[in-house]
Design a protein around this ligand. Structure first.
Ligand code: GH3
Ligand code: MG
Ligand code: MG
Length: 388
């Protein structure tokens, strides 16, 4: 679900919005000047964000969009197949490159590449076309011989590569790059004019919003478990009404588990506990408070309403052993299996303390403190239980 959101927000929304604008009377009021001002502002804003977040592939894509636009405006239409081919090659580079950051020598050098290519392309007037003729007129699909097939194929390779990258790293920037690369390709398939400029501006805007979204995730989401983090919990406290309950969840004997199986297995267990906590019913919002402690907030519900949901959560975690996957499987089966081997089933339990707002406990911080005391009682009473 989160992956789908990372893909469609913001790219899908911007493309949808662009089509809507083009269908409404607003489209008639778009003049080349307003589009240019909009595109330049978006380009500068996104470039500043990409620079700040040290994302060289985003800057590279922005440069490609800029040079494709400049080529449309300054080179004769007959040069389009050549720029198309160069654009497609560079899109494959963006999708296949490792993120180097711009502060490194290699990263900085890399960013000069689109500029060098465009200078060469415009300086070597008709030469490249002759050199590239075999590639430009290469037509493995005779029915589509009119299209510059090499660039379409390379463009397709870039999109597939980038989609693979998004599956590995499902974050908004990688998702945004799929849309941006597609937008850059689509713009170059259209005749030069307002529409390709709008598409390129849309691609830059997608990247800009993706970077903002990424910053939000870095600030509010816990990297290991993917749950909302402590900062998000503090924000949630500000929004709570007059009736709520808060639970503190702590994994039992987690230090022992770490000591016995290692930190990596400990991390795996944390992730798996987080997956089960996410299934919390009754509207409980789950946060990673820190270490092996989690916090569940039930807005609008007192302790008696939230307790059964917490009990169900405790049972869910204790009921099914956690099967540990080892990170790197040895090629040959070792004679004596090491601790934490693939398939090891661990029984993990949690203790939970819950408290509600009321009486002397007026603020979320006070309620959380009471929940922490209840958690202590659960530990004292033998663990694997919910205490109030
Ligand atoms: P108790 O049942 O009383 O809660 O015992 P415990 O061992 O779970 O409690 P304690 O607070 O002593 O230990 C928590 C351990 O959690 C200590 C630390 O090594 C481990 N830990 C904290 N954060 C992480 C993490 O991000 N990854 C891993 N693998 N371990 C962590
Ligand atoms: Mg603890
Ligand atoms: Mg613990």
């Amino acid at each position: 679900m989160q992956r789908l959101l990372n893909f469609f927000l913001p790219g899908g929304v911007i493309v949808g919005g662009l089509f809507l604008v083009l269908l409404t009377p607003l489209a008639q009021r778009l003049t080349p000047m307003t589009v240019d001002i909009g595109a330049i502002s978006i380009g500068i804003g996104t470039a500043a964000l990409a620079w700040r977040f040290d994302r060289s592939r985003v800057v590279y894509t922005l440069l490609l969009l800029l040079f494709a636009e400049l080529a449309d405006r300054n080179l004769p239409g007959s040069r389009r197949p050549v720029t198309n081919l160069f654009l497609a090659i560079n899109l494959v580079l963006v999708a296949g490159l490792f993120e180097r950051g711009m502060m490194s020598m290699r990263g900085a050098l890399l960013l000069t590449l689109p500029g060098v290519q465009s200078v060469l392309l415009s300086a070597l007037a008709p030469l490249p076309s002759q050199w590239l003729a075999p590639l430009l007129h290469w037509a493995p699909l005779p029915a589509l011989a009119a299209f510059p097939q090499a660039s379409i194929l390379l463009g397709g390779v870039a999109i597939v590569l980038q989609s693979g990258r998004f599956l590995r790293f499902p974050n908004p920037v990688e998702g945004g790059l799929i849309w941006a690369l597609s937008g850059a390709l689509a713009a170059n398939c259209l005749p030069a004019g307002l529409l390709p400029t709008l598409l390129r501006a849309g691609a830059a805007l997608t990247l800009g919003i993706a970077l903002i979204e990424m910053a939000y995730i870095l600030a509010y989401r816990d990297e290991l478990t993917g749950l909302s983090g402590r900062r998000a919990l503090m924000e949630c406290f500000r929004r709570l009404g007059s009736r709520y309950s808060i639970a503190m969840v702590d994994i039992d004997f987690f230090k022992k588990l770490n000591d016995r199986y290692g930190h990596d297995v400990g991390d795996q267990v944390l992730r798996m506990v987080a997956v089960r906590l996410r299934e919390c019913s009754g509207g409980g919002q789950v946060y990673r408070y820190g270490g092996e402690e989690f916090c569940v907030v039930f807005d609008g519900q007192g302790r008696s309403a939230s307790q059964p949901h917490l009990e169900a959560l405790r049972k869910l975690i204790a009921g099914k052993p956690f099967v540990i996957r080892q990170k790197a499987r040895p090629k040959r089966k070792p004679k004596t299996p090491s601790k934490g081997d693939t398939g090891t089933a661990l029984k993990v339990t949690v203790s939970i303390g819950v408290a509600e707002r009321g009486g002397a406990r007026k603020t979320p911080e006070e309620v959380m403190k009471a929940a922490d005391q209840a958690l202590y009682r659960a530990k004292q009473a033998g663990r694997n239980q919910v205490c109030i």
